[in-house]
Ligand binder design. Structure first.
Ligand code: ADP
Length: 210
């Protein structure tokens, strides 16, 4: 968010004289308190200033970058995740390819008969397994999948920023969103992909209008 000239001026005043009341700031600027109210609201809501009752406004000392990072850390996986698509461990490579097309996803999560996460297959895993093979129905996904404990997972409360960094560092397209059960296995509750990161990015850009 771009601050207006007046908002910059208010920050300067509060930096220099804070804590300072809204009345006093208005007086310095030669404006009424009512004219200033929307600016003060924007500056406190965006974190540049803070206000204490009977004390007034003071400068938080946070830079635009720090405030942006704070905002990013508040975006949680649970607010942006998609529905997971799972297949059973005895499904074939052929079944996997069909699910991927039918469900329009790039990653399938493989679960055992108890519904717990045991692996994952990507588009290229299935492509690789299909090259030069005739009988795709005869190859179980469980022999070609990336398996636990090598699966990178995330949790509903994780921040989107953390997950964006994980996707970059691990060079993968998506992660299962999981909850740990009492036996230490994972229940799959969602899917978090680069598309969800893009949605979070677009959300930040239009946040003021939301
Ligand atoms: P693609 O293989 O279609 O390019 P990815 O880049 O997501 O898709 O996957 C690259 C490799 O990493 C694949 O072998 C896949 O099984 C594996 N992989 C994908 N997601 C994960 C994950 N969350 N944890 C561990 N391995 C993963």
């Amino acid at each position: 968010m771009e601050l207006s000239k007046r908002q910059h001026r208010i920050i300067e005043i509060v930096k220099e004289k804070g804590p300072i009341t809204g009345e006093k700031i208005a007086e310095i600027l030669g404006l009424t308190r009512a004219t200033l109210r929307p600016d003060l609201t924007i500056l406190t809501m965006s974190g540049y200033l803070d206000a204490r009752p009977r004390v007034g406004y003071y400068y938080t000392g946070k830079t635009g970058g720090e405030l942006f990072q704070e905002r990013l850390l508040k975006l949680k996986v649970k607010d942006f995740q998609s529905i997971p698509v799972v297949i059973s461990e005895d499904a074939s490579v052929y079944d996997g390819i069909c699910s991927m097309f039918l469900e329009d996803v790039g990653t399938l999560f493989v679960v055992n008969s108890a519904g717990k996460l045991i692996g994952l297959v990507s588009r290229k895993d299935l492509l690789r397994a299909s090259m030069g093979k005739q009988d795709l129905e005869g190859i179980p996904v469980s022999i070609i999948m990336t398996r636990m404990p090598n699966i990178t997972v995330c949790f509903p409360e994780d921040s989107m920023l953390e997950i964006a960094n994980k996707l970059i560092s691990k060079q993968i397209d998506g992660l299962p969103v999981v909850k740990l059960d009492k036996n230490g296995s994972y229940d799959v509750v969602g899917r978090l992909t680069k598309t969800n990161i893009t949605k979070a990015f677009a959300y930040i850009g239009t946040e003021e209008q939301n």
